[in-house]
Design a protein around this ligand. Structure first.
Ligand code: PLP
Ligand code: COI
Length: 357
């Protein structure tokens, strides 16, 4: 099924909210751009692709998303360079991951052309919403949910695909201390952990709330079976530097295959930083902390970009991480964001231009 920009109807808002936005003090994900892309799946096909003013949508109380959580989403960003050109970062990876998540949740896949044309058209309509302030970008949230009705516990017969955007600043406002989880699990073998399904996040809120009460910002999930191996954090993949080697866990059906994670691995390898993708025992982390070889930890994700971890908690004890002058986190963050904002060459072909200026 091919979609072209011409097939997308555009209804513009009569009253832009742009003048109300304080672009110098942007929160993360809570100010919404003027328009959204919306499209429905009915009678076995995606149809009625359109751009409309961002606003409430109408659903029946029996829509299956409310009862069975049949929903998947993506997270990506648009950047504007000094010349006013808009860029995306590896957007086809998001389109493919959305469909991988959709397949696992028995949601019909969205044709890549529909995803890309809808996204590009929306970004052209809301181009003025893409921030140019340092560290800010337009956070993009594509999502699909079951709008079809019924209390029968089975897949819906109708779905809605929306792309909404929020000009955003940093995801974390201060330091990031993490608690290594010993009781709760985010995902299980054979489950939906690798999918960006809303329910994965709902299930994290309570354990994360407990960690926050204890003074941490995020939970680092461990394997559900033994809680002995580091997996990922609530909204980012985890990297650990022991000596001069950068370690991260292999992806599995419990871990999200992060686009930032794989970009960092490619970048690090190209720049001569030793990397190891392997299972990491919590005991190895503790040993490295004890013998001084644990240099740094950081999280990586679209929202979080590269977020240095200032310390971690485990079995009631807190471990502080040193503040390095020459951290891999700072170096990698600069390399990745320079590519994203078109401030440096893009040897990997990751940048994707949208429209003219
Ligand atoms: N892990 C989880 C659970 C996430 O929600 C995210 C955010 O998308 C990531 C990792 C990082 O993935 P990406 O780099 O593709 O944004
Ligand atoms: C992202 O990084 O885009 C995410 O989806 C994380 C989200 C839970 C804020």
């Amino acid at each position: 099924m091919e979609f072209t920009t011409q097939a997308i109807t555009i209804t513009k808002t009569k009253a832009s909210r742009l003048p109300e936005v304080d672009f110098d003090n942007l929160p993360f994900g809570s100010v919404f751009a003027d328009h959204m892309f919306i499209c429905e799946y009915r009678d076995g096909a995606w149809q009625d692709a359109r751009i409309v003013p961002y606003g409430p949508i109408s659903l029946e109380p029996s829509a299956k998303v409310f009862h069975y959580g049949q929903e998947v989403f993506e997270g990506m960003k648009a950047y504007k360079d000094a010349q006013g050109q808009t860029w995306l970062f590896r957007p086809l990876e998001n389109a493919r991951r959305l469909n991988k998540s959709a397949a696992r949740l028995a949601i019909p896949e969205v044709p890549e052309t529909l995803f890309m044309e809808g996204l590009k058209t929306l970004l052209e309509v809301d181009s003025d919403w893409i921030p140019t302030q340092a560290g800010s970008s337009l956070y993009i949230r594509p999502f699909i949910f079951a709008s079809g009705t019924g209390f029968h516990a089975s897949p819906a017969d109708a779905y809605t695909f929306i792309i909404a955007c929020a000009p955003s600043g940093a995801y974390f406002s201060g330091k990031v201390d993490v608690r290594i989880e010993e009781t709760y699990s985010r995902a299980a073998n054979g489950g939906v952990g690798y999918a960006k399904a809303g329910g994965n996040y709902a299930g994290q809120f309570y354990p994360t709330h407990l960690a926050k009460e204890a003074g941490f910002q995020q939970v680092v999930w461990t394997d559900d079976n033994t809680h002995e191996f580091i997996e990922e954090a609530g909204a980012m993949n985890i990297f650990i530097r022991i000596g001069d080697t950068l370690l991260t866990s292999p992806t599995s059906d419990r871990i999200l295959d992060g686009i930032t994670r794989k970009s960092i691995l490619t970048l690090a390898e190209a720049e001569g930083i030793a990397t190891e993708v392997r299972k990491i025992r919590v005991s190895e982390l503790l040993e490295a902390a004890a013998n001084g070889t644990l240099k740094e930890m950081f999280g990586a994700g679209t929202a979080a970009v590269v977020s240095p971890i200032s310390g971690f908690g485990y079995q009631g004890k807190r471990y502080a991480l040193p503040e390095l002058e020459d951290s891999y986190a700072a170096y990698i963050k600069k390399r990745i964001t320079d590519i994203q904002y078109n401030r440096a060459e893009d040897p990997f072909g990751w940048r994707y231009a949208v429209g003219g200026k």
